[in-house]
Design a protein around this ligand. Structure first.
Ligand code: 5GP
Length: 155
């Protein structure tokens, strides 16, 4: 299906390693990697190992309800990370894709208010994203199939 960008598990291994290398080669040394759940959860684990960062946090944001189906606005769901854990730290915000970029924007704005520095890393960025991530593995305007969400749940 040429209308889709397909990331396989195998390619994900390469992608996350290369994304981590972009961060490292840029000299950014995050104290904390922050995953936007759920899309950022698998990328953040790979990046945390590759960047040798043990401090991992997650934040839940709900925006999409299906292929190209969205809520009106992205919503941060509780529990929101404790601001005291973030204060003064260099944070790398990690997600699977910046599509509209509005999910990352919500989390970036939240972090910017509380941390020393926040940067963003994604596997994919789409051309119309309102956020321009510092670290991007690939750019596409197609819908992406990620290996963790291509198959339906087993339940
Ligand atoms: P955004 O707020 O940037 O539009 O996208 C938020 C989230 O929607 C992404 O983190 C991702 O989980 C989901 N999403 C957006 N575009 C795609 C896509 O092309 N493929 C898949 N599988 N999920 C997407």
């Amino acid at each position: 299906d040429v209308s889709r960008e397909v990331l396989t598990w195998d390619l994900f291994g390469t992608a996350s390693r290369e994304l981590a290398t972009l961060v490292a080669d840029d000299g950014y040394r995050p104290d904390l990697v922050l995953a936007i759940a759920r899309g950022g959860l698998l990328p953040v684990g790979a990046l945390a190992y590759a960047l040798d960062v043990k401090n991992v946090a997650t934040i839940n944001v709900e925006f999409y309800t299906g292929v190209d189906e969205r809520l009106a606005v992205p919503v941060m769901l509780p529990p929101v990370p404790e601001v005291v854990d973030l204060a003064g730290s260099r944070v790398l915000i990690v997600d699977d894709v910046a599509d509209t970029g509005r999910t990352l924007e919500v989390v970036y704005d939240f972090c910017a208010a509380h941390v020393a520095e926040a940067r963003t890393a994604v596997l994919y960025e789409k051309p119309h994203s309102v956020v321009h991530c510092e670290y991007v593995w690939r750019r596409t305007d197609r819908w992406i199939n990620f290996p963790w969400s291509t198959q339906p749940p087993v339940v």
